[in-house]
Design a protein around this ligand. Structure first.
Ligand code: GAR
Length: 203
């Protein structure tokens, strides 16, 4: 029997290029996850358009002016009501409460445009170039209550040549992100990831 595809929500705030990569990967018949919902905290997020073009259900829960706990509770209720099993944060630029993260721990992953634990936070590529590192990359990790600190699932590296600019690094890293995120979601949806403290092993 073919196992059912895991119902996955993608949370976005903007452009949605990683969302697009996940949608395209999930179109393969043997991909173990289905993108069942795209949820944005910004009504004008470009990624909402990408979702609609693909016939995927969308939802907007505006975070502006809302208490963090109330916003997260609203998201949690929506995800549950839609039967969501897995959550991918894809450029979702909003800190989550410990309660929300704990409710989804082990079932919620994020992509970050650096080789964690280096360069957490924002303005990553500017800091990468200014720092003089010769290698950067991207990381997919489980979401834990501390920002950009959860157990790392997969990473990909990108060289930083001497003439690199934040823009050139961003473009090279983004290309890797689009390959890496679908691989990580596949492993999660197949139930192949085991969290042991801060380490993740692949069954
Ligand atoms: C991506 O580069 C992603 O790694 C980053 O935001 C961008 C979203 O692009 N996420 C973070 O910085 C989270 N800390 P996208 O909307 O085109 O996928």
């Amino acid at each position: 029997m073919i196992p059912a595809k895991r119902r996955t929500a993608v949370l976005i705030s903007g452009r949605g290029s990683n969302l697009r990569a996940l949608i395209e990967a999930a179109q393969a018949g043997d991909y173990p996850a289905r993108i069942a919902l795209v949820l944005s905290n910004k009504p004008d997020a470009e990624g909402l358009r990408i979702a609609r073009q693909h016939g995927i259900e969308t939802a907007v829960i505006e975070s502006k002016g809302k208490e963090r706990a109330a916003f997260d509770a609203e998201m949690h209720a929506l995800l549950q009501s839609k039967g969501i099993e897995l959550v991918c944060l894809a450029g979702f630029m909003r800190l989550l409460t410990t309660e929300f993260v704990q409710a989804w721990y082990g079932r919620m992953i994020n992509i970050h445009p650096s080789l964690l634990p280096a360069f957490k936070g924002t303005q990553v590529h500017e800091r990468v170039v200014a720092s003089g590192v010769r290698v950067t990359g991207c990381s997919v990790h489980f979401v834990s209550p501390e920002m950009d600190e959860g157990p790392i699932i997969l990473q990909a590296t990108v060289p930083v040549p001497p003439d690199a600019t934040p823009q050139s690094v961003a473009a090279a890293v983004l290309e890797q992100e689009h390959a890496l995120y679908p691989q990580a979601l596949k492993l999660l949806a197949e139930g192949k990831l085991v969290i042991e403290g801060q380490r993740v092993s692949v069954k």
